[in-house]
Design a protein around this ligand. Structure first.
Ligand SMILES: Cc1cc2nc3c(=O)[nH]c(=O)nc-3n(C[C@H](O)[C@H](O)[C@H](O)COP(=O)(O)O)c2cc1C
Length: 328
């Protein structure tokens, strides 16, 4: 029977299937269900500073809206304040206590100071590691790509200085020079990279003439983008690589390990097929490993990375040329 154990940023996982950050981790019951279904680990829903800010604003507005008489009564009680991230921290700490599998926190902040502060508070919940969810759309024409990358690096440095737990950076696929970003982030203290985040896009309802935010689930073919970048980065970084986007089957997991991934993250397939699908993926992965006589993940990890084999160019530009040559 194949051994599915792996490690992620030094944290042992019973198998390489990690539940990615999403609302499936919103309740402790659902986190327990995912563990029972066989998840090797789980990244909890991100703590979004903007959401806390909006809630604080609404809380202050509501206090201000109170009847004058009642507002005076309020002033007799100790000062009322919004709890900030306390509720999120409490729930992450509960999740950590209630299950055995490794639990990773996820963070997306607005100001540089808060990143380090919230990261420290998340570390205090006992989580096994922290994922930094770096994404804010660049809308200011004066701000260059280099400005954005410098800001992200300086945030990473401040979080690195604030916590001792391992840090993964969840990247989006739109950097002009991903290799450069990865190498600088590794030097700044990133222990792992999650490739890639999936950016949720607003949509237009042409009948109702309205905008709406559609939570689009990924399709299996989308896994080719992370596959390519895991393969390319595999021999160019010491950091762990975790593949995310479009991973739906045990064979998809095998592909990601073949190009060098330490683990994978799954989300969309669990929305579509429910938690029990993890068992099916693990069975498929085991059957594939048995069929190929691979006793462990290490036995085949990176066998088909970009630099392995005679067709080393296939993940780089050569692939593009070959595709063009093949087209009339
Ligand atoms: C409903 C939903 C909620 C998500 N929430 C978060 C989140 O809070 N933080 C985050 O970093 N990624 C979030 N994601 C992105 C996923 O973690 C994941 O990176 C992405 O969906 C790609 O994986 P998949 O193809 O398996 O869905 C969310 C995705 C979905 C579909």
């Amino acid at each position: 029977m194949a051994d599915l154990r792996t490690t992620y940023m030094g944290v042992p996982l019973a198998n390489p299937i990690v539940v990615g950050s999403c609302s499936l981790s919103k309740s402790i019951e659902s986190i327990k269900r995912l563990e029972q279904a066989g998840a090797g680990g789980l990244v909890v829903k991100s703590l979004f500073e903007e959401q806390i800010q909006m809630e604080e604003e609404e809380f202050r507005t509501r206090l201000g809206d109170l009847e004058p008489g009642f507002a005076e009564a309020v002033s007799m009680f100790p000062k009322m304040e919004h709890g900030g991230p306390k509720q999120h921290l409490y729930w992450v700490a509960e999740a950590r206590k209630e299950v055995k599998m490794p639990i990773f926190a996820s963070l997306n902040c607005v100001s540089r100071v808060t990143w380090g502060d919230y990261a420290k508070q998340l570390e205090g919940t006992g989580v096994n590691g922290l994922e930094l969810n770096f994404y804010s759309p660049a809308l200011d024409p004066e701000v260059t790509a280099s400005d954005i990358e410098k800001r992200e690096l300086s945030i990473l440095e401040s979080v690195r200085a604030a916590v001792k737990i391992p840090i993964a950076v969840k990247l989006h696929p739109h950097y002009t020079s991903l290799m450069n970003v990865v190498s600088r982030m590794e030097a700044a203290g990133a222990d792992a990279f999650v490739l890639f985040n999936r950016l949720l896009q607003p949509d237009i309802d042409v009948d109702g003439l309205t905008r709406h935010s559609a939570v689009g689930l990924s399709a299996p073919g989308e896994s080719l983008l992370p596959l390519r970048w895991v393969a390319i980065l595999r021999d160019r970084t010491m950091a762990d690589l975790i593949a995310s986007t479009g991973i739906w089957t045990g064979r998809d997991v095998a592909k990601m390990v073949l190009v060098g991934a330490k683990a994978v993250q799954v989300v969309s397939v669990l929305y579509r097929e429910q938690a029990g699908h993890i068992q099916k993926m693990l069975r498929e992965l085991t059957a594939w490993m048995d069929a190929h006589n691979f006793a462990s993940l290490d036995a085949f990890r990176g066998k088909l990375g970009q630099k392995q084999g005679t067709d080393a160019w296939s993940f780089a530009r050569g692939q593009y040329i070959k595709a063009l040559v093949g087209v009339d």
